[in-house]
Design a protein around this ligand. Structure first.
Ligand SMILES: Nc1ncnc2c1ncn2[C@@H]1O[C@H](COP(=O)(O)OP(=O)(O)OP(=O)(O)O)[C@@H](O)[C@H]1O
Length: 282
């Protein structure tokens, strides 16, 4: 499928909501420790689209996800998910973190069903839905295991199931695979592509790995240094379903070159901004 046909199909089939971020500015800390993490950020993600935020460490990517999740309040600007303005945490958004957030004293099945339990869903329904989600992430047979008995990759599969079970309009993923070894990471990326093919929700994915961003995304937003905003956007022209075979293609290499060039341009622009600020304050 071409990129446009792919996007149109995603919008048609997706239970995901569009994410619209306008003029977002977020500051963290107070007083002398105040850090302007995000400034005047505009970004729109269509329903059913997977968009990666790619940028240097510490630029403010997690802060953007935290703002969309409603964990931090913006100083200025607005965030709308599925037509509803974000005013705080809520069920329309589900977050997968780099570190496991599973409850160690609960079995895999009960961890996955926990969100439904909080909503008062009866046990039988919960168990059925949890088993279905565990099968989706390839973990049938591990229902009664405890998180400590699982590998890092398996725990992240449970995290994905745990988030998807409540059917959020957008899934926020904050470097979910960066603590995994290279091989497990690749198989998790393939798993995510497969899950995303079946549950075509909206995904906002934070990474600083260029290959990962290209492999997974419909579009990559290249972030500037702090205060963070979108410096450039690159469409990824691979249709779906996609396989690891695309990684060796010339087209993949060309997109990677464009990402690297854009990141280099941003580094040069940031150095220039820094020099100007130093001159102004001298
Ligand atoms: N509570 C806080 N008070 C002050 N500064 C903070 C606070 N939390 C984070 N920061 C700073 O805000 C900036 C943005 O942090 P953020 O975690 O959003 O960046 P990031 O791009 O996700 O980084 P990484 O890729 O390393 O995870 C960083 O420079 C960080 O040091």
């Amino acid at each position: 499928m071409t990129l446009d046909a792919n996007r149109a199909a995603a919008r048609r089939e997706s239970p995901g909501g569009a994410v619209e971020i306008r003029g977002l500015s977020v500051a963290l800390g107070t007083g002398a420790r105040r850090v302007e993490a995000v400034r005047d950020l505009d970004l729109r993600v269509e329903g059913g689209e997977l968009v990666s935020l790619l940028g240097p460490s510490g630029c403010g990517k997690s802060t953007i996800l935290n703002a969309v999740a409603g964990y931090v309040a913006p100083e200025r600007g607005s965030i709308v998910v599925g037509g509803e303005r974000v005013e705080g945490p809520g069920p329309s958004r589900g977050m997968v973190f780099q570190q496991s957030s599973l409850l160690p004293w609960k079995t895999v099945l009960n961890n996955v069903g926990f969100g439904l339990k909080m909503r008062g869903v009866p046990e039988r329904e919960r168990r059925e839905a949890s088993r279905r989600l565990l099968s989706l992430v390839g973990l049938s047979g591990f229902e009664d295991a405890y998180p400590a008995q699982l590998s890092g990759g398996m725990r992240q599969r449970v995290e994905i199931a745990r988030v998807l079970i409540t059917e959020p309009r957008v899934v926020l993923m904050d470097e979910p695979f960066s603590a995994l070894d290279a091989q497990t990471r690749l198989s998790m990326q393939e798993l995510l592509l497969d899950v995303f093919r079946q549950v075509r929700t909206t995904v906002l994915f934070v990474t600083h790995d260029i290959d990962e961003a290209i492999f997974l995304s419909d579009r990559i937003a290249l972030m500037t240094r702090r205060p963070c905003r979108v410096g450039a956007e690159i469409a990824v022209p691979f249709g779906r379903p996609r396989t690891a075979a695309i990684v060796g293609s010339g087209e993949f290499a060309a997109i990677k070159r464009r990402c690297l060039e854009a990141l280099r341009d941003e580094r040069a622009a940031a150095a220039h901004r820094h020099d100007l600020e130093a001159q102004t304050s001298a």
